[in-house]
Design a protein. Sequence first.
Length: 186
Amino acid sequence: MRIYEFEVQEGCEWVAPVDDTDFEIFRSFDGSAKRAGWEPVQMRLVREDEHGRPLLPADVPWLGKHAPVLKENASAALGSLLAKDGELLPLACDEATLVVFNVTTVLDALDVDRSALVTFRSTGRIMKVKSHVFRPERLRAVHAFKVPQLLRGSAFFTDEVVVAVERAGLSGVGFRLVWEGSAADA
């Protein structure tokens, strides 16, 4: 069993809110459902780097590892797989049909005693996970999840999502392996 998070792909397009204050909407993705009051956020594709060089198209343009954005073909390829563990929320964009994936499956699957953590001295709250260790028995039949210790942090994904991305031939999509369990864990 392996667990991943999305990873930015150098040289590929990004996506950003037209109004920078709307970044806070995505930072609020904390494992809770948002569909009931959802208003599509106006987005734009970032197709050039800071030097004016063109960026390659991406089926999952980068917004952040906590809130993956999917273009229409990525949504078609991954939507049914991800739907059980979250919600695909529409975004407003003149350049492409986009949805953002809000993970609503929250599992107490991070083994905090065996993971390498950096914590705030004053509160003991986790600042950063240097090395993840998960409890595989808590990850059965899940494809995407968050952990309660880091609700506004990364969304985590299983092998099935990575395989679905590869099978669909999606471009500009990357994953970073954050944990690999033993063969007995699978």
